[in-house]
Design a protein around this ligand. Sequence first.
Ligand code: NAD
Length: 355
Amino acid sequence: MGIKAGVIGYGYMGNYHIRKCSERDDIEVVAVHDICPEKFCDIDEKYPDSNIRSYTVLRDFLADEEIELVFICTPNNSHRNLSIACLRAGKNVMCEKPVALNLQELDEILQVAEEEHKVFTAHQNRRWDSDFLVVKDVIGSGEIGRVTNLISCVHGQRGVCFGWRADPKAGGGMLYDWGIHLIDQILQLFPNNKVASVYARMLSVLTPAVDDYFELKMIFDNKMCASILVTTFSLQDRPRWFVYGDRGTLKLDDFSGKRGGAAKIREGITGFNSVFTKAPMGPTRTMSPLQPEFIEEIPLPVVQGNPHEYHRNLAEACRGSEKQYVTHQDMRRAMMIIDYAFESSERNEVIKAEI
Ligand code: NAD
């Protein structure tokens, strides 16, 4: 029998989770709650085969004893209170990212989850994106050697954050929106390294009041640097990923994980002779291109992203038969980086950390 679920926030992500669950038989959405009653006008048309109860009053939704699991899909500033209310009502909770606005809020939620012995987890679905799986595979294979620098970029063109994302009180801005995903991905790539310092620069380029552009640098305890650059306004593309290793390099152009390339120094080659060439920057030895026979292309791995893996694990975690993929520790580490990023940008300083 499927776990009976309720969704709070019948907007874009609320509908995403209803659709996802309707394609599986281990979670069944039986109820929704939204503060905006007119949102429900299309519910029968959209989900004709299900009998989803709609609630406009949170108390009534929480009193629905059939609901075992709640998907919280509302603007970011409501996540803390809604999560705590659901946990106190005896429900397991999957909250959309970011699950809270800062570490203090998150710790309050985690405390309640522990007291109530309920699952509390975040929707970090970008762990199953094809581009990320390719990066993880190439780095994990060791083919490009020790990573010294990694750049993760997401670009939009319109320069606008729409709706509540443009409202600082709602937890708008790109650091909360994209940053929390991209930070989580990087922490997943290097589970054995600690972040030793954080620097961030957050700007409102075209959307007033919230960051529509940010750069974030995380320096790890082994001096590796991971940078994230997110902007809503760029009319030229940069690669989605660029990874420098000490034996090779990886570039992924976009989210497909199929375009780009990877190359490494051929096995057995340990040093290069000095060749003076006329490179595009002028005569040089240091920046002379390498002879092609020294370089070996690495075929990009073909990854099989499983778009259902997150929900499958969530159902098992609610049953107590598997550990949740996105752990309390994962959420705390990512949230600490977010806190430090705000502080760093505000003070224009590098913040020392041990995360
Ligand atoms: P949305 O504006 O499309 O939907 C939000 C819904 O919540 C609206 O229907 C609104 O009426 C309702 N709502 C607002 N406040 C409420 C409250 N206090 N109680 C009940 N209902 C309330 O927003 P969205 O794009 O679906 O984003 C929702 C959440 O999902 C955000 O936290 C966002 O960061 C996250 N999100 C995650 C992903 C992902 O890939 N994981 C993608 C997009 C959005």
